[in-house]
Design a protein around this ligand. Structure first.
Ligand SMILES: [Zn+2]
Ligand SMILES: [Zn+2]
Length: 276
């Protein structure tokens, strides 16, 4: 794929802040780093506050939501040369959809939401997607939950669909079949899927097929070229100095797999109109 498929504006739509408890820095720190790196559009997408404060060890409390919004609004005013978007990375669960729609996108005027599966239901329990996919039954339950997220029309894209590679180690028939199910759904539902730069910064792991990244999974993205899908490339920044971390490497991966980058510029043209 030629370089003219690269977005004209350098954008990163996946950025955390210290509020998720496993990232560093405030919104202004990321904005400063983004300007220095030549970024035109920076979208904040910290782990969404949830109305029932579930999974609090990796997200802000619901009482912090107003401060999060204010911090981004203040940064937007302080850095007029940068287009700053207000978003959140939202765990897939249809039970939260009214909150995502009415509260986040509605009342609070978020510019966009990312859908992500960090936990999925399996036999009445919530299983962690990074650590708990140790057999094909859990892999299938994970896959079904990712597809559930793709069916939700509130999300601009789905984060790291291949994160199952952290704990489902072999690339076998089941890994391929589940990957194909996710890719087919992304194509059918016109839902862009993310190649995640944070995974590229994590240590390589041992698997039955040798050492590899936990994610992004090269095998997954190789398969993706058989489907009519679009990708979103992000740094998934957890530190200001990684504001565009590994975006080049993820872009090279997309190019080597002949993948098309989604045009999400409607998110920031809409935000610019909203500021008028
Ligand atoms: Zn995530
Ligand atoms: Zn993230």
């Amino acid at each position: 794929m030629t370089s003219d498929t690269r977005p004209k504006i350098l954008a990163n739509l996946h950025t955390h802040t210290r509020r998720c408890k496993h990232a560093q820095g405030a919104a202004a720190d990321y904005c400063q780093a983004a300007l220095a790196a030549g970024v035109g559009v920076l979208g904040f997408s910290d782990h969404a506050a949830l109305p029932d404060n579930r999974w609090l060890d990796v997200r802000m409390h619901s009482s912090e939501l107003a401060d999060y919004c204010r911090e981004i609004d203040t940064a937007r005013e302080a850095f007029p040369a940068l287009t700053v978007l207000k978003g959140m990375e939202c765990d897939v669960d249809p039970a939260y959809e009214p909150y995502y729609r009415d509260e986040l996108l509605g009342r609070l005027g978020f510019d966009y939401l990312i859908g992500a599966v960090h936990w999925f239901p399996y036999q009445g329990q919530w299983v962690g997607a990074h650590s708990g996919i140790r057999d094909v039954e859990r892999l299938r339950a994970y896959t079904a939950w990712v597809i559930e997220g793709m069916q939700c029309d509130l999300f601009a894209f789905i984060a790291h669909p291949d994160v199952f590679g952290c704990s489902y180690l072999p690339w076998d028939r089941d890994a391929e079949a589940c990957s194909r199910d996710m890719l087919q759904a992304a194509a059918d539902l016109h839902m862009p899927i993310e190649i995640n730069g944070y995974g590229l910064r994590k240590p390589v792991i041992e698997t039955p097929d040798g050492r590899r990244r936990s994610y992004p999974l090269h095998k997954f993205w190789e398969l993706a070229q058989e489907y009519d899908i679009e990708v979103v490339i992000t740094s998934d920044a957890h530190e200001p100095w990684n504001v565009i971390g590994n975006i080049d490497e993820a872009t090279a991966m997309a190019e080597s797999c002949n993948l098309r980058v989604a045009d999400l510029s409607r998110l920031w043209t809409k935000a610019a109109r909203g500021c008028g």
